[in-house]
Write a protein that binds this ligand. Structure first.
Ligand SMILES: [Zn+2]
Length: 424
């Protein structure tokens, strides 16, 4: 046989065997996209998974021109996973289109010291949702309930609750328990301020002007919008919702990612979304938890979002989040004696989420489930506006002394412990 032909046949065999040996990877990752990431089955123009690796495109047009934004061959999959855990620079590499070589990083070696404490060596980040430390701030951020006394319908006392006060108290109690069990723990915000370490009013006074300047510069804000936000016509609630809230969330993700936690707990208390304006109680009461995924058709509009989509696809953060959240939801049910939400129990679960194999755990593309680079549980325990819960949560000015809050912190703690046990 002619030498050239032999070389050709050999090369063909090698590339053929590479393609078939990768076919299980193609199948696995194609299935993962459909199961957890692509809510409306509308994102196929942004990616391609084949025998060589995974390509990401910035648009359908670029896909048809085969102009990739980023390409990762299967051989680099493990390096990507490892690197994503320790280096926040990965996005810069993404912007280069491919990774030539993964730079050397001093990956932390696992601690070999044996400890009796079950969480020894674990780093845990806790995000207490919202910022309110008083009812007034709860009103400002529109996470506030106020019910009149209505003894005939079971409301023995009038109720006034700000969700941010409940989440902070839960986070503080949970932090204490986790630390006693040996973990290192951070909270993303101090009591009384946002993750910037400032109240909204401080931020408005010191940072609003420069923030609107930089948003204008990068095209996120029009000049007329900037002028409106700086004028006396702009209401605090509008500035909060339109600007401050997302910036505060971005800062929380940054704090968490710089900490490189083994897991992250995001604490929220839910409400019945059909209870208009929350001026009177509801009978509904459920627990649920969110993890990343369920991108909708307009959710891949920036390189950063497409990078997070790829990261969730390649790493096992999502699978670990589902497992952690599964244990948390199970523990919520057991400790709080509140039902776990099924997909038909709230409209957003059908319209904005994908269900996972764990009951009560839903993929949802929220700012924090998207940008946090660790296994996470985004917990939504009980409905604050439930008739019984609102009475219970209303008790105690210092919410760390509230019995229902103590139960919620216990529920998170037991869920985390069961998850850690399952991984050992
Ligand atoms: Zn909330």
């Amino acid at each position: 046989m002619n030498k050239l032909l032999i070389v050709f046949l050999l090369a063909a065999t090698i590339s053929y065997s590479q393609d078939t040996s990768n076919s299980w990877l193609v199948k696995r990752y194609s299935e993962k996209v459909l199961k957890y990431l692509d809510k409306e089955k509308s994102l196929s123009s942004f990616y391609n998974i084949n025998g060589k690796g995974i390509s990401i495109y910035s648009s359908g047009q670029n896909k048809s021109l085969n102009k990739t934004e980023f390409f990762i061959p299967w051989e680099q999959l493990n390096d990507f996973r490892l690197y994503s855990k320790f280096n926040s620079q990965l996005f810069d590499y993404y912007l280069n289109g491919k990774i030539e070589n993964f730079p050397d990083t001093n990956f932390k070696k696992a601690d070999t010291i044996v400890s009796e404490k079950p969480l020894y060596g674990y780093r845990i980040a806790i995000d207490p949702g919202h910022i309110a430390h008083d009812l007034q701030t709860g009103f400002l951020e529109m996470k506030h309930l106020k019910f009149k006394r209505d003894p005939i319908h079971g409301a023995v006392d009038s109720v006034e609750i700000a969700e941010g006060m409940l989440t902070y108290a839960t986070a503080k109690l949970l932090k204490e328990k986790l630390e006693l069990a040996g973990a290192e723990v951070i909270l993303t915000r101090p009591n009384g301020t946002s993750s910037f370490g400032k109240t909204f009013q401080q931020w408005k006074k010191e940072d609003l002007k420069k923030t609107t300047d930089s948003l204008l510069k990068i095209g996120e804000l029009q000049l007329s919008q900037k002028n409106y936000f700086l004028s006396s016509k702009a209401k605090d609630r509008d500035i909060f919702r339109a600007l401050f809230r997302d910036l505060d969330l971005a800062k929380r993700a940054e704090i968490i990612n710089n900490y490189h936690p083994d897991l992250t707990v995001i604490i929220h208390f839910n409400v019945d979304e059909t209870n208009l304006n929350w001026t009177k109680p509801t009978k509904k009461d459920f627990n649920m938890a969110f993890v990343g995924g369920a991108f909708m058709r307009n959710d891949l509009s920036s390189p950063q979002k497409r990078f997070e989509f790829l990261r969730l696809l390649i790493t096992d953060d999502l699978e670990k989040s589902i497992s952690l959240s599964g244990f948390a939801v199970e523990s919520f049910h057991k400790t709080l004696d509140v039902s776990t939400a099924g997909v038909l129990d709230a409209k957003y679960l059908t319209e904005g989420c994908l269900k996972t194999e764990k009951t009560g755990v839903y993929c949802r593309n929220l700012q924090l489930t998207r940008y946090i680079h660790s296994p996470l549980v985004y917990g939504e325990t009980l409905y604050q506006d439930n008739i019984k819960e609102s009475q219970l949560l209303n008790k105690e000015t210092d919410k760390t002394k509230n019995e229902r809050i103590i139960q919620v912190a216990d529920a998170y703690f037991n869920g985390i412990l069961n998850y850690i046990k399952s991984t050992n």
